[in-house]
Design a protein around this ligand. Structure first.
Ligand code: ATP
Length: 205
C-alpha cells in the first residue's frame, strides 16, 4: 500500500526545520511521497506573509533534489481559509488505496484537538509529529497516548534530530539584513534576495 503524507504550513518562508522533519518522517516511516502544501494564509498571519505564489515558488525550490517531496498548490487554489480536514478528504478521494499520514511539528500537535473536525482528521490520517525543541519527546508521547486512548487515533511520535528554527526568526533576521545560509535552503535564500522579500521588521520599523 502506498504511503502518502500531507505536510501543510504557511511556509513563510520554508526552512531547513521543515525539510528536516519531512526527510526524517519519510525515512523513519518509509513514506512514498510527502506533499508540501502551503496554506492560504489565515487572517491573523496575513500582515507579515509573503503572497501565496512566492511561498509556493520557495517550496518548489526547497523540494528540488528530494524525489519523494512534491509541492501542491491545492489549498492556494481553493482560496478562503484552508482547513486540513478538507484537504485530507480530497486526498482520500484521489488516493483511495493509499495510507494517509499527516506530518506536523510539536506546536501544532499539541493544539490538534482544537482544529476543525479534529476527530475526522484523526480518522483520515496517521498523525506523525516530532519535537521542535530538545526534550519534548516524552510530552509528545504522552499527548499521543491521550489521542490514542480518547479517539482511537494512530499517532507516530518520531525520535528526530531537532532543528530549532522558525519562519518568524528567519523573517526577523532577514529584515535585519542577515545572511541565513545555514537555516534556509540556498535556493530559497537566493529567491528571497531576488524578490526583495521580508525586508521589513514585524514591528513595522
Ligand atoms: P512561524 O514562525 O511563521 O509560525 P513556522 O516556522 O512555525 O512559522 P509553519 O509554516 O507555520 O512554520 O509550520 C509548518 C509545519 O512545520 C508545522 O506543523 C510546524 O509545527 C512544523 N515546523 C516548523 N518548524 C519546524 C521545526 N524547526 N522543526 C519541526 N517542525 C517544524
Amino acid at each position: 500500500m502506498k504511503k502518502i503524507a500531507m505536510f501543510g504550513g504557511t511556509f513563510d518562508p520554508i526552512h531547513n526545520g521543515h525539510i528536516s522533519l519531512a526527510v526524517q518522517a519519510a525515512n523513519l516511516l518509509h513514506l512514498d511521497e510527502v506533499l508540501l502544501i502551503p496554506t492560504n494564509i489565515p487572517p491573523h498571519k496575513q500582515m507579515h506573509a509573503a503572497p501565496g505564489y512566492h511561498r509556493l515558488a520557495m517550496c518548489k525550490l526547497a523540494a528540488k533534489g528530494w524525489d519523494f517531496l512534491t509541492v501542491s498548490d491545492r489549498e492556494l487554489r481553493r482560496e478562503g481559509p484552508s482547513f486540513t480536514v478538507d484537504t485530507l478528504r480530497e486526498l482520500r478521494t484521489e488516493y483511495p488505496d493509499a495510507k494517509l499520514f499527516l506530518i506536523m511539528g510539536s506546536d501544532m500537535f499539541f493544539t490538534l484537538e482544537q482544529w476543525r473536525e479534529s476527530e475526522e482528521i484523526l480518522r483520515l490520517a496517521v498523525i506523525c509529529t516530532g519535537a521542535r525543541e530538545p526534550g519534548e519527546f516524552p510530552r509528545l508521547e504522552q499527548h499521543a497516548q491521550h489521542l490514542r486512548d480518547t479517539y482511537g487515533a494512530a499517532c507516530e511520535v518520531l525520535d528526530i534530530v531537532v532543528r530549532e528554527v522558525s519562519s518568524t526568526e528567519i523573517r526577523t533576521r532577514l529584515a535585519r539584513g542577515e545572511t541565513l545560509s545555514a537555516i534556509l535552503p540556498e535556493q530559497v535564500f537566493g529567491y528571497i534576495r531576488e524578490h526583495h522579500l521580508y525586508l521589513e521588521t514585524e514591528e513595522g520599523k
